[in-house]
Design a binder for this molecule. Structure first.
Ligand SMILES: [Fe+2]
Length: 200
């Protein structure tokens, strides 16, 4: 993916804090915008781990958990139809819909080297950490007959060190994202294996 620096660092309007769409609306947006089933699955998987992390590690209430889930669900919504304007289009759509500024900032910062927006709060940092790793672990599951069942962290670590495996997954992004959080790579992998295995 080439870089699509957004050229801005403030997103949404503070007066819209707390405005979130429903999960039904988010799924409708995906149905309208994302014909590619694999890309929809990727977003659902990132949404599942984001929601689970918010609840388990961030003590999130229902609204906060929904915000984390929506960020995962929508972060690549414009990738398929607008590859050259990826991120800008979904951001503008969410601004048009008066969505919560934190939700929009989270999506804007999910790939700092591409979009030029640094992750700030823990939601930003976790979507960045989960994004590539989630796709990588799904690729690892797809080549195992038992899929996620019995998958261990060591085998994922080994594949990460094999550049030819899921070569499109940017290992530098994973390392960079981890440098911004107080979570080990092993813990993150284990969390993803557990929480995205049912999202197929
Ligand atoms: Fe993604």
């Amino acid at each position: 993916m080439s870089t699509h620096h957004l050229g801005r660092s403030v997103f949404g309007d503070p007066k819209n804090t707390g405005n979130l769409m429903s999960l039904e609306e988010a799924h409708q947006l995906l149905a309208d915008w994302v014909p590619n089933e694999r890309l929809r699955l990727h977003m659902k998987q990132v949404a599942a781990v984001m929601k689970a992390w918010a609840i388990e590690k961030e003590n999130a209430d229902e609204i906060k958990a929904l915000k984390w889930e929506l960020a995962g669900l929508l972060h690549d919504a414009d990738w398929e139809k607008y590859p050259d304007d990826h991120c800008r289009i979904i951001i503008e759509e969410l601004e048009r819909r008066d969505m919560d500024p934190e939700l929009i900032h989270c999506i804007a910062s999910h790939g700092p080297s591409y979009f030029g927006v640094e992750p700030e709060n823990s939601m930003d940092k976790m979507i960045y950490a989960f994004d590539e790793l989630s796709g990588f672990i799904h690729a690892a599951a797809l080549i195992r007959p038992a899929r996620y069942e019995g998958m261990d962290v060591k085998s994922v670590l080994k594949k990460l060190k094999t550049p030819s495996f899921a070569a499109q997954v940017n290992r530098n992004d994973i390392t960079d994202a981890l440098s911004g959080i107080d979570v080990s790579l092993e813990e993150l992998i284990q969390f993803i294996i557990v929480h995205q295995k049912e999202i197929l």
